[in-house]
Design a protein around this ligand. Structure first.
Ligand SMILES: [Zn+2]
Length: 409
């Protein structure tokens, strides 16, 4: 790999020092502050750090942290990989990730959906993985449509190869200006944001997994890779059984996308699959924490589609603790609670906590789901009989629980 210019070397080194200081003084993992320092000193740092690497950008509303981790795990078969493992998914986090592994020939970066055009433009990444688009917190359908339109503009006229989920009409539309697309069929759990055609506004007809606009030519492309329950069918028709430790159908979808991405980098499924199976938890998600005989498994749900995925993973035979906050990263407004169908929880012991437990309580009451209120997570956990319990928490609620248990990984 070629040497970075002196200015970039200094900026990158000072950024790493700032990150170390930030960690030492207990201000988080330091990846954002380190990257910010680097970018102030050398605004062109991200482009320079990205040069000469095989770079994959991963973006979606849900599953981008996990998929970034799965692709990274697989690519370790081929060599060193730079990645933003802590989910710092904006340019400062990318600078930090790449400057911590300067010699790594591969880079896998989780990218916030809104930053994808900018990061693609700066890094000129060769591969982009796009999985799903749905409303996040207070987004409206029109806003995610605009987001997909920005993806289209960013991808048009570039040599970038896109791997995209053709079961999500909005992702399909967002990806379809790219020069090359590998379509992967991994399903779409949340359909509420894609009843109309993003191209012409006409109604989308759905039949099984297929979809097509009734009024224009926009329709589901033919996939090269297909997820079929716990099996992935590759472009040659070979079937590969997924043997994952990560639970649920959303993670099988993430794994199928990952297989398609790494195949384009020359890594065949037989070598990638064992690596995918090694991933147990991702930044605390799916981790089990224990206190006084209560084993609580932590599931993160940041938006309506994420809640459906968490319900899918959750064991219906277990009691469940739900924790909802409304701080900055969560969105202050909790009206999204009304988009989630909580009736699936009927019949289970349900405990409600978090800063906005009363908002959630009202929602559950209207849905006819009996529940108990708890002042905080510890109180909710202590109210459980010894044994297993599932926890679904939104972003800051999840981080609070994690830090209570010593930043569970
Ligand atoms: Zn149409």
């Amino acid at each position: 790999m070629s040497q970075l210019p002196l200015r970039a070397q200094v900026a990158s080194a000072l950024g790493r020092t700032a990150a170390t200081l930030s960690r030492m003084t207990g201000r988080g993992d330091g990846s954002v502050i380190g990257g910010r320092v680097g970018l102030v000193l050398e605004p062109d740092l991200l482009r320079q750090l990205a040069q000469d690497r095989k770079l994959v950008l991963v973006s979606a509303t849900n599953g981008k942290t996990t998929t970034t981790r799965l692709i990274t795990s697989a690519l370790h078969e081929l060599g060193d990989v730079a990645t933003n493992a802590f989910g710092a998914n904006m340019p400062a986090g990318h600078v930090s990730a790449l400057s911590q592994a300067k010699q790594a020939p591969y880079g896998v970066l989780e990218v916030d959906e809104k930053y994808l055009p900018e990061v693609l433009d700066t890094t000129g990444a060769g591969l982009v993985c796009l999985m799903n688009l749905s409303r996040d917190q207070m987004d409206r359908a029109a806003e995610i449509w605009q987001l997909a339109q920005k993806w289209r503009r960013a991808l048009a006229g570039r040599p970038t190869h896109v791997v995209a989920n053709c079961d999500d009409p909005l992702v399909t539309w967002g990806a379809s200006t790219a020069a090359q697309v590998t379509w992967v069929a991994v399903g779409q759990r949340w359909k509420e944001d894609s009843w109309s055609c993003p191209e012409c506004g006409g109604p989308l007809d759905r039949k099984g997994s297929d979809w097509a606009c009734r009024e224009c030519t926009f329709r589901r492309p033919e996939p090269s890779w297909v997820l079929d329950d716990d099996t992935v069918i590759d472009p040659y028709g070979r079937r590969w059984r997924l043997d994952l430790q990560l639970p649920g159908s959303a993670n099988r979808a993430n794994a199928a996308m990952s297989l398609a991405v790494v195949a384009l980098l020359g890594l065949p499924p037989e070598r990638a699959l064992p690596r995918l199976g090694e991933v147990k938890s991702v930044a605390g998600r799916y981790t089990t924490v224990e206190r006084e005989g209560r084993h609580a498994r932590l599931l993160l749900a940041k938006n309506p589609a994420g809640w459906l995925e968490a319900f899918d993973v959750s064991d219906a035979a277990l009691p469940i603790i739900l924790s909802v906050n409304a701080q900055g990263p969560d969105g202050r407004d909790t009206s999204w609670l009304w988009d989630v169908d909580y009736r699936i929880l009927r019949g289970r012991p349900v405990f409600v906590t978090g800063e906005r437990r009363l908002d959630l309580a009202l929602r559950l009451d209207v849905a006819g789901v009996p529940f108990q209120l708890a002042g905080d997570f510890s109180e909710a956990l202590a109210a459980q009989p010894p044994g297993r319990v599932d926890v679904i928490a939104n972003y800051t609620a999840f981080q609070q629980i994690r830090s209570e248990f010593g930043r569970a990984v």
